[in-house]
Design a protein around this ligand. Structure first.
Ligand code: ADP
Ligand code: MG
Length: 653
């Protein structure tokens, strides 16, 4: 009896999981308060490393510390940093491939997959499966500590993760037997862990927004986000966080500092002639050096100097490398890296300025109410000093920077399961979403930074007579033309009754759920035909791309607007011209010759402009097309009357 009870999930529990590039954690917030779940004798951090063993058809996995420590020995079967591949295409992942010791291959839909050489052949696994294995280990850990099954979780992702990357994270949860009830941005979770936005402090003017900077320096990635928090005005209402800017570097973190130390050790060992000049040190030596480097770095966060001693010889004590490293030395080695992080802070601040209504970057800086430190590497005193200097504020450090994201996710989990404060609306749409219209422009339905869940509906029609199927192509991006945005997916609405162009009324609905996953549906009003897709893009965007798309959209804004306008004018003008020519033919003799000539004159002037614009959109001033189109529209009023009379007559007949 009791065993089945233990296996039954406790429906009330929603754990919080920080699925990190380097380390992952699971936490819970219940009546005993928020805490990380860790079994006695375990470390709270579970390295996000999975080693595959055994045969290709039935591999087994080792997750965590053991996999991390022996990664250098098993470079091809130990998967680390798989978060970099989640929801991304092989092309997106290209810049990372040089740094990943294992083999990445192209899977279905150009996705990035991992190829594992195992006994009896090779096996290809998806990043979702690898992350799923990490999540599975966290689920078992939580179950062991809590003593009952756990089946629901809030999982965090970086603020810049796009739809595909978020979807991949949900899928990883499903593979681990976890329902991911909410995906939350890491900086948002960090702010929540500090109770920012939850505290009921009477001394504060609750109506006022607050602005929070979250500085996250982990193992391999750095990002800084500026959030605006609109607090709940009354108990039970919704507080919400908006990420107003995010900047960073996906190739900057504590690992770089470890590498710098390893390079120093290697250089000095070579100087002593204890290491071959050309050849790489053996995997065993590299593993030792890397572990020493990380350990010494950690010690130097707490003390002024640390000493290492490595026996690189045969154990006889003849080749013992001993070295004292001071914090000053380490800081000198890290200064350039930290400098890069600080420059990203400037970018984030600059990008946030407009949204904050600040006139200068200095103003924006003064508007920041709190700075939260996240990520193991923010334990370095140098980082803390530089951050405090930059923001002119003492950062929040009360919560362990390793744990802050997981604890925040747990807080969100408890809010969701408790239901007392309802669901916090947390996130925003990172890039605008829309569909391609005739001529290649993008009609945006959901704008960038719209809070989720978001819903938008717009009516569209056909551009060709008798069309029985409509293609809907869904795009993401800030630019006006589809060719400059990113195709997320496409689908067809078929089975329409043939109707003249412009007559079908197609209602297109965009729904972005609380996790940022997009569903697009289309319905033709007359036939009631429906079609929809859940947009699971083939691959995601890198943050560099998001940055680039944003920069380009600003740079090209004016040009894009013009082009969009010209495109729309061409499409509409051609529809008008077709309609008029059609009526001129049908009505024939019934149109008096002078009026016919007038219309023909307007048509040919407009057609001329439109044809020129179609071959080179910059060659024509859109205002000119607009004027010509208006002239034609105005003079065609009488034609419309004639054609209505005509159609009534033919109905009578
Ligand atoms: P991620 O978010 O990428 O999973 P973490 O936030 O867990 O990463 O940070 C891991 C990094 O933090 C590693 O590079 C680790 O060496 C570093 N780190 C952890 N503790 C300390 C410390 N005491 N001093 C300096 N760096 C530390
Ligand atoms: Mg992290």
């Amino acid at each position: 009896m009791s065993s089945t009870e233990a296996a039954k999930p406790n429906r009330d529990v929603i754990v919080g999981i920080d699925l990190g590039t380097t380390n992952s954690l699971v936490a819970i917030a219940d009546e005993r308060g928020p805490r990380v779940l860790v079994a006695p004798g375990e470390r709270a951090l579970l390295p996000s490393a999975v080693r595959y063993e055994g045969s290709a058809d039935k591999p087994t996995t080792v997750v965590g510390d053991d996999a991390k420590e022996r990664a250098v020995e098993f470079p091809l079967t130990t998967i680390t940093s798989v978060k970099r591949l989640m929801g991304r295409s092989i092309a997106d992942a290209a810049p990372d491939l040089a740094y990943l010791p294992y083999t990445v291959v192209e899977g279905e839909h150009a996705t990035a997959r991992v190829l594992l050489p195992l006994a009896g052949g090779s096996r290809v696994v998806s990043p979702q499966e690898v992350s799923g294995t990490v999540l599975g280990a966290l689920k078992r850990r939580a179950e062991a500590v809590l003593g009952h099954a756990v089946s629901r979780a809030v999982v965090t992702v970086p603020a810049y993760f796009d739809d595909a990357q978020r979807q991949a994270t949900r899928d990883a949860g499903r593979l681990a037997g976890l329902e991911v009830v909410r995906i939350v941005n890491e900086p948002t979770a960090a702010a929540l862990a500090y109770g920012i936005g939850l505290e009921r402090d009477a001394s504060r003017n609750r109506k006022q927004d607050s602005v929070v900077a979250v500085f996250d320096l982990g193992g391999g990635t750095f990002d800084v986000s500026i959030l605006r928090l609109t607090p709940a005005q009354v108990e039970g209402e919704t507080s919400f966080f908006q990420v107003i800017s995010t900047a960073g570097d996906t190739r900057l973190g504590g690992d770089d500092i470890d590498h710098a130390l390893v390079a120093l050790f290697t250089r000095e060992l070579r100087e002593r002639g204890w290491l071959d000049r050309g050849a790489d040190p053996s995997p065993q030596v590299r593993r030792a050096l890397k572990q020493f480097a990380e350990e010494i770095k950690h010690r130097l966060s707490a003390q002024e100097q640390a000493r290492i001693r490595i026996d690189v010889g045969d154990g006889s004590g003849s080749r013992v490398y001993e070295r004292t490293i001071t914090r000053d030395e380490l800081e000198a080695m890290s200064a350039e890296l930290i400098g890069r992080a600080m420059r990203a802070c400037e970018t984030a601040l600059r990008d946030a300025s407009r949204e904050l209504g600040a006139r200068t970057q200095e103003d924006a800086r003064r508007m920041i109410d709190a700075v939260v430190l996240v990520g193991g590497s923010t334990r370095m005193p140098l980082v803390r000093r530089r951050v405090a200097e930059f923001f002119g504020l003492e950062p929040y450090t009360a919560i362990d920077p390793d744990q802050v994201v997981a604890l925040g996710a747990a807080v969100q989990g408890s809010l969701l399961s408790g239901g007392s404060r309802g669901s916090l609306l947390l996130d925003v749409v990172p890039l605008s979403l829309g569909i391609e219209t005739v001529g290649g422009a993008v009609a945006k339905l959901v704008m960038r930074n719209a809070p989720v869940p978001a819903r938008a509906v717009e009516m569209f029609s056909t551009s060709v007579d008798g069309q029985t199927s409509i293609k809907l192509a869904v795009y993401q991006g800030e630019r006006e033309m589809a060719s400059d945005c990113r195709l997320l997916g496409e689908f067809h609405l078929g089975g329409l009754a043939p109707m003249p162009a412009g007559i079908p009324q197609v209602e297109v609905e965009f729904l972005v759920d609380a996790n940022g996953v997009l569903r697009v549906s289309a319905m033709e009003r007359r036939t009631g035909r429906r079609a929809s897709i859940q947009v699971i893009p083939n691959h995601g965007l890198t943050r560099e791309e998001v940055d680039r798309m944003e920069r380009e959209s600003i740079a090209h804004a004016r040009e894009d607007m013009t082009r969009h306008r010209v495109t729309d004018l061409i499409v509409n003008a051609r529809l008008d011209i077709r309609w008029i020519e059609d009526r001129l033919t049908r009505l024939g003799e019934r149109i008096e010759p002078a009026y016919r000539d007038e219309l023909r004159g307007h048509v040919s002037r407009l057609r001329d402009l439109v044809d020129r614009a179609a071959s080179d959109w910059q060659s024509v001033n859109p205002d000119e097309i607009h004027r010509a189109k208006e002239l034609l529209d105005r003079s065609s009023v009488r034609l419309q009357e004639l054609s209505i009379v005509e159609s009534l007559r033919s109905r009578d007949a």
